[in-house]
Write a protein that binds this ligand. Structure first.
Ligand code: SAH
Ligand code: SF4
Length: 361
């Protein structure tokens, strides 16, 4: 018989855990004890759950996996953006970025300790400016691997994280079920207890999944990576636009805002000579007005091996001023993290390249 991989205990919703424990004939209060160990005290093995009977700890260890992310590298310092590179159980690499206090990027109030997490190993969508797309797609992350990024970074940083953005490596909406499972655990009071309004999912424009997300009851935030205000520009840099063009994407966004209380955010990387012209700014303002969306402008981060560059500071500010003159709530992201390759997938790409060099010498 094939060896079926065990489910990690942190991939279970609280209700599923309750059900499993009931099947094992355990009293109901065990659910609270175990979820406290997992998400409040954040232990790393069943053995450490000292208020559970010894046999139960052994039984849980037989039934469930309890994997850990292995920290490979940390870049950055305490008071700037810090980037964490992790190895998964199967030697794949993923990364998470911790962004310290900064004025509101996605939330309404000032964002405090924000973590940017990955949802896949690599990415299949191949945007032309993005390091994550460069090496192709390997696999989806499981819910526990998504959650463990938060736990591991809290452990390293010694401080509670209160804001989550799904903007690391991968396309979250292409791993819909695992991402939603992780979000429910992150949000649950018996899980990490982080409010839905402090969780932002970013997508490159998977229109049908945006509609599916709109139908979910949780009031999480949505960021749409637009990066171009016409099909012409998006087609040049984002292959997904050939599947779901701008019209299709914007009507999925209409559907989303009709179903949710929060405003959505358009992410817009500014790339010199590609999408930074006044015409794009004017059209972007139109799209944002139609959806009452906020706009977050991000100067392009250089990716080794890619031909693009960021526009001058003057151009960036001109672009911003066109949006603002049109009454759009727009921000221009500061340089945070540029020096440590904070854009998604960049650290992993470097490490993969270095490891390959080491293997070939
Ligand atoms: N796949 C999803 C979420 C991950 S990518 C999406 O595309 O929305 C999320 C963000 O990474 C992009 O919106 C962009 O903000 C950032 N990003 C990727 N490559 C970048 C680069 N070279 N410079 C600056 N930001 C980049
Ligand atoms: Fe994938 Fe997002 Fe990068 Fe595009 S920007 S390749 S969708 S991770």
């Amino acid at each position: 018989m094939a060896n079926v991989a065990k489910t990690d205990i942190r991939s279970l919703q609280i209700e599923e855990l309750r059900e499993k424990l009931r099947e094992l004939g355990q009293p109901n209060y065990r659910v609270g004890q175990i979820s406290d160990w997992l998400y409040k005290k954040q232990v790393e093995s069943f053995e450490e759950m000292t208020d559970l009977p010894h046999e139960l700890r052994g039984l849980l260890a037989k039934l469930f996996a309890f994997d850990r992310l292995e920290l490979v590298r940390v870049l950055g310092s305490e008071d700037t953006t810090r980037k964490f590179l992790f190895r998964l159980g199967d030697v794949n690499l993923i990364e998470s970025v911790l962004i310290p206090a900064s004025p509101a990027l996605y939330g309404e109030k000032s964002d405090r300790r924000t973590i940017c997490i990955s949802t896949q190993v690599g990415c299949a969508y191949g945007c032309k400016f993005c390091a994550s797309g460069l090496e192709g797609f390997s696999r989806n992350l499981r819910a526990n691997e998504i959650i463990d990024q938060i736990l591991a970074v809290e452990r390293e940083g010694g401080e509670k994280i209160d804001n989550i953005v799904f903007m690391g490596m991968g396309e979250p909406l292409a791993n819909f079920d695992n991402v939603m499972c992780a979000i429910r655990i992150i949000n649950a009071p018996s899980g990490l207890g982080i409010g839905a309004r402090r969780i932002t999912v970013s997508t490159s424009g998977l229109a049908p999944q945006i509609r599916k997300l709109a139908d979910e009851p949780l009031q999480i935030r949505l960021a749409v990576s637009l990066h171009g205000a016409t099909d012409n520009v998006r087609n040049q840099i984002m292959p997904i636009n050939r599947r779901y063009n701008l019209d299709t994407l914007l009507s999925a966004c209409d559907y989303y805002v009709a179903h949710k209380k929060q405003r959505l955010t358009f992410e817009y990387i500014l790339i010199a000579g590609v999408n930074d012209g006044d015409d794009q700014a004017n059209l972007l303002a139109q799209h944002a007005r139609r959806l009452s969306a906020k706009v977050n402008l991000i100067p392009y981060n250089t990716v080794q091996g890619l031909e693009w560059s960021r526009p001058s500071r003057n151009r960036q500010e001109k672009f911003l001023s066109i949006l603002r003159a049109d009454g759009i709530a727009a921000t221009l992201r500061s340089e945070k993290g540029h020096d440590i390759d904070a854009a998604c997938g960049q650290l992993r790409l470097q490490t993969n390249r270095k490891e390959r060099r080491q293997i070939t010498v």
